[in-house]
Design a protein around this ligand. Structure first.
Ligand SMILES: NC(=O)c1ccc[n+]([C@@H]2O[C@H](COP(=O)([O-])OP(=O)(O)OC[C@H]3O[C@@H](n4cnc5c(N)ncnc54)[C@H](OP(=O)(O)O)[C@@H]3O)[C@@H](O)[C@H]2O)c1
Length: 279
């Protein structure tokens, strides 16, 4: 099976590596070519990457990036190929992309992933897939290579909706953790003691240990950048507005993330949301 991976950032690069390691014939393309070197055969353009592909994977920052790249690539994609759209783009952009695929006669599978850099490296992402059953079945070897679990949903668009729910939870969790640890420091409580106290308890998400340590150490090597998490908070708000749902917590979270981004932390891990709090 020939697979083109468009976008070899934090997630796309290890995913492409795992697809190649599973025995598929992989060609990669990335806007910044150096980030694609050493993974598999590198194409000069997105169109060149997909020219004889059975599956085209897009793993790019956001809906606009996916749309721009797909407009270049889709005309070169062979008839009968499947487009696996794995970036987190939200509901509105997903609709635009599905329409684009339909215009070009390409089977479109909406398949965002849950999990971050390390699970991507280990091939242990959770893939949430929606779209035509036959296309999902053809894409299965790719799902198996990048993930340990596939959550199969219905029509394309269901998976992006599900992913927004996951990321609403995640964004709020990170902000709650950031504020709690900053609050602890501000009232002279050792935040490490708090993390130890909740470790393994019902209220102690393992995520709190992972990101909490980064906050306490002020060290934010990116697994999932704050810029991308802010993008996802925006997608949650966009979806909420479309469905006439008030989301005051997510509005606050977005504002907190904006403060940390304005202070220069957008390309650091989302744990840098901590930097929004004055201590
Ligand atoms: N990191 C995570 O933990 C995680 C987890 C689940 C889902 N996701 C989602 O997965 C997607 C990729 O995330 P990531 O962490 O891999 O992001 P990343 O490391 O920032 O990589 C983003 C990719 O998009 C490309 N790109 C951005 N704007 C572009 C444009 N206008 N035209 C062409 N290419 C463009 C970048 O190319 P350059 O290299 O040239 O900049 C890079 O290949 C996002 O939708 C994100 O929300 C991320």
């Amino acid at each position: 099976m020939r697979v083109a991976v468009l976008g070899t950032g934090t997630m796309g690069a290890p995913m492409a590596r795992n697809i190649a390691d599973a025995g598929m014939d992989v060609r990669v393309w990335n806007r910044t070519r150096e980030r694609a070197e050493g993974i598999a055969e590198v194409a000069d353009s997105a169109a060149d990457a997909v020219r004889d592909a059975d599956v085209m994977v897009t793993m790019l920052a956001d809906g606009d990036a996916v749309e721009a790249v797909a407009r270049d690539a889709l005309d070169a994609l062979p008839d009968g190929a499947v487009w696996l759209q794995m970036s987190t783009v939200g509901i509105a952009a997903n609709e635009r992309l599905a329409t684009l695929a339909e215009e070009r006669g390409v089977a479109f599978v909406d398949a965002p992933v849950s999990g971050t850099k390390k699970p991507a490296e280990d091939g242990e992402l959770v893939v949430v897939a929606s779209g035509p059953r036959e296309a999902r079945e053809r894409a299965k070897p790719v799902f198996d290579a990048v993930g340990s679990k596939v959550v199969e949903l219905g029509e394309a668009g269901q998976a992006q909706r599900f992913k927004l729910v996951m990321n609403a939870w995640l964004a709020a969790l990170v902000d709650t953790l950031a504020e709690t640890l900053a609050f602890a420091e501000s009232i002279d409580v050792d935040p490490s003691r708090f993390l130890s106290a909740i470790d393994g308890a019902a209220v102690g998400a393992p995520y709190a240990q992972l990101k909490g340590k980064m906050m306490i150490e002020r060290s934010f090597p990116p697994s999932f950048t704050l810029d991308l998490m802010r993008k996802d908070a925006g997608l949650v708000l966009e979806a909420a507005e479309r469905h006439d749902f008030e989301a005051p917590l997510m509005e606050t979270v977005a504002r907190v993330f904006d403060r940390a981004i304005e202070a220069g932390h957008g390309d650091e891990d989302m744990a840098a949301a901590f930097c929004a709090y004055k201590r």
